[in-house]
Write a protein that binds this ligand. Structure first.
Ligand SMILES: *Cc1c(COP(=O)(O)O)cnc(C)c1O
Length: 406
């Protein structure tokens, strides 16, 4: 036991030393991701307060929606209360019904699976691949060939008898999934395709923006995302009918009437407030700078850590330009023991590194869900990935290039 421990701390030592050197001038504690505000945010939020347009009506919601649609290359963006609600609405809009199954990677933030359950459906958990940390397209294809059949009622899971209605793809840490192959898979099996683009605002895949690559997409503007509204999200789509339905559903399904409160179905109070949207308008204006800074930060991490044995800094796929929302070290299989030693040492030093999310099938509420039998790559990645502090402002706080090599 003692020998194993010594080995883990030996493997961890060069990673910790290199991070300490690179981050020597950065403040402690150094968070994983902190928002960056200046006078622009203050001005727009103060405008909401001084005009009393803080809530569900106000000009910033529409302005934010229009700017988001432009940024993401879609016809429509519908702001809403958070990314989980946006995913829930995407499921609803694309016809996911209670009792359906929805395919999604077991390796994701829990909100992806929770949103499916909020829609009354059942997450069906899928294996990952190591290059993009995303869905393994070939293995999912094989899995569907073995367990599903196409019928007039849709794609049916032969084991459960339930309909498989949709596939949710997650762009992990901002690195786009292989959307052309996933689109092809979804079309061949006759299921809807949803992008969980919560982490990928500002990323592109084959020069097309994340969020424009499926039937509908969800964004998040939580406090730790590349831009934040405090709490917020958006539904993105190309189709005007879907967008109108998203607006209706997220605003309590209220019918336009002069005085009366008339609602024509069970809607949701998922609208984004004007106050949140004001913050969003100011933040979105800085997105190009945030992406540029985060890409430079990724290059600095790669430069500082790239020569260390036993792992590598995760790089964007060759066909994509990532926003590098979170930087990540991926340890080699035989160095996986170093993960906890690196996490312990860096957190002791006030460098708030974090492990990857525990895969969904290892959480109690999703342990018995339908799944691919082999999820070993997802489990292996979970044991080997460490996220590094990645705030855009950190770029200006790094040790001068070259000094960390002295
Ligand atoms: C942040 C995030 C969400 C959820 O967004 P919230 O705004 O926190 O509800 C969903 N999926 C992924 C992959 C995320 O990172």
């Amino acid at each position: 036991m003692a020998a194993v421990k010594a080995e883990a701390s030996e493997l961890a030592a060069p990673w910790v030393a290199a991070l300490e050197a690179l981050l020597a001038d950065a403040p402690r504690p150094l968070p994983l991701h902190a928002p960056q505000f200046d006078a622009a945010e203050e001005r727009l939020v103060a405008d909401c307060v001084s005009t009393a347009w803080v809530s569900s009506v106000g000009a910033y919601v529409g302005e934010f929606a229009d700017q988001l649609a432009l940024t993401c290359g879609v016809n429509h963006a519908v702001p809403c209360i958070n990314g989980t609600a946006a995913l829930h609405m995407c499921c609803h809009l694309l016809g996911v019904a209670p009792g359906d199954e929805v395919l999604l990677p077991t390796l994701t933030f829990v909100a992806t699976a929770n949103a499916v359950v909020h829609a009354g459906a059942i997450p069906h958990l899928v294996e990952s691949e190591p290059a993009r940390l995303s869905i393994d397209v070939d293995k999912l294809d094989e899995h569907l060939a073995a367990c599903a059949k196409r019928t007039e009622a849709g794609l049916i899971n032969r084991h459960t008898g339930r309909r498989i209605a949709a596939l949710i793809v997650v762009h992990i840490f901002g690195h786009p999934a292989d959307m052309d192959r996933l689109r092809d898979l979804a079309d061949r099996w006759g299921i809807a395709l949803i992008e969980d683009a919560a982490e990928a605002l500002g990323s592109t895949y084959k020069d097309r923006p994340a969020g424009s690559l499926a039937d509908a997409a969800a964004l998040s503007f939580n406090g730790n995302k590349i831009i934040t509204t405090g709490s917020g999200g958006a539904i993105l789509c190309q189709d005007a009918t879907l967008a109108a339905r998203a607006t209706h559903l997220t605003t309590t399904a209220k019918v336009a009437e002069r005085y009366e409160f008339v609602h024509d179905e069970v809607g949701y109070n998922y609208r984004l407030s004007n106050l949140h949207a004001a913050l969003g308008v100011a933040q979105l204006g800085k997105l190009p700078q945030f992406v540029a800074d985060k890409r430079l930060l990724a290059a600095r991490y790669t430069d500082a850590l790239g020569a260390i044995d036993g792992g590598s800094v995760l790089q964007e796929p060759a066909d994509s330009a990532s926003n590098y929302w979170l930087n990540a070290v991926v340890l080699d299989e035989d160095s996986a023991d170093a993960r906890d030693a690196i996490l312990d040492r860096t957190n002791d030093l006030g460098i708030l590194t974090r492990p990857l999310w525990r895969p969904m099938h290892l959480l109690p509420m999703y342990a018995d869900n339908p799944r691919m039998s082999d999820l070993s790559v997802a489990e292996s990645l979970y044991r080997r990935v460490i996220n590094l502090p990645s705030s855009p402002a950190l770029l200006q706080q790094l040790a001068p290039a070259g000094r960390q090599h002295d």
